[in-house]
Design a protein around this ligand. Sequence first.
Ligand code: EPZ
Length: 422
Amino acid sequence: MAEHFRVGGGARLAGEVQVVGAKNSVLKLMAAALLAEGTTTLTNCPEILDVPLMADVLRSLGCTVCVEGSTVTITAPSQPCERADYRSVSRLRASVCVLGPLVARCRRAVVPLPGGDAIGSRPLDMHANGLRKLGARTEINHGRVVADAEDLRGAQIWLDFPSVGATENILMAAVLAEGTTVIDNAAREPEIVDLCTMLQQMGAKIEGSGSSTLTVHGVSSLQPTEHRVIGDRIVGATWAFAAAMTQGEVTVRGVNPHHIDLVLDKLRAAGADTRTDTDSFTVAMDGRPAAVDFVTLPYPGFATDLQPMAIALSAVADGTSMITENVFEARFRFVDEMVRLGADARTDGHHAVVRGVSRLSSAPVWASDIRAGAGLVLAGLCAEGTSEVWDVEHIDRGYPRFVENLRAMGAEVSRVTTDPVR
Ligand code: EPZ
């Protein structure tokens, strides 16, 4: 049996939606708990598929993990196991972020290669180079990353690209290294700042959090802590796009609006009215959105995770949009599914050109990853008839209570279990 979403077109979304903690933060914070013996507690955690998957990875390393609603407690042992379980890691790409903490605590780590996925080849060369700079012999063989270090020593590290994952792994190794590490061209995402904040609470010495130069003064040990996960800006922005596309009015609570300044600016350029408060914002669209161009870049640029939402908005906008993808080489793969829904979209390398149509038409479509799935549902909300979105487990991996939240805002969406159609 397979689950799919039935998505009825035509509703204007209205109302309020509460957003909880960020997937792309909580998974790294869970790995960071490995850095200190004892119990670390994370609150405001999203109830998504990836959290229990990450819990399994940590259990395979000797941790005791308890996931109860939006609270996750992780008790790390005095000597974690240095070898992560193949099956658990292969089910969750993000679990590669245990590499840094294991090298820091055990001076050795054996982590299966997560491999590529629907959006790109996703190599780990910058992770490995950074660990090498800190003194760890690091090689990739037999489908695993193996890192070994007598000692970890602070170093000057330049990243070729402000990779989120490489910044996180190097940071989590450097906090327990001897001496000072400088990570230049580091990632600046709010999730990196959230990780730095928790590490500082554990006793780490970090300067430059949120800038492209992170300076880490190594310490000999860290303490467990309690930390509240930041609101999920990608989920919040997804609801902002949904409000604009359906010409509705939605208030999103639980997200710092400054984490999506550029998104709100783009939606204003498309004709939306936006209002912000400390940790909430409202998006209202009166009439058909105007076409705007989007260019994905590392933070504070336009997030690649919102590219499918940009394509979906452009598909119903008045005019022609150009969307440029600079972060993942294969992230336009889902555009064919958008064309199934009647979108006039073409891609050429890093560029997609989308001519807006006044109405999309319903069809069965398949989600290839988390964000593509959300983009297809948003497009289905603007289609004539009822669409079916399949492979929705992708969406469940990143969006807590997706169907319930949409229904609460007036959308005709339901989760259905039937025999798969292909
Ligand atoms: C994180 O992935 C997020 N995932 C992604 O979100 C997000 O799209 C991405 O950052 C960019 O913001 C999690 O946090 C779990 P990168 P990550 O390292 O860390 C290349 C979602 O939908 N690269 O910043 O894997 C890489 O191939 C997911 O929630 C190397 O070449 O992203 C990519 O083209 C999807 N070598 C670019 O850099 C390396 O060693 C950015 O990757 C590392 C990365």
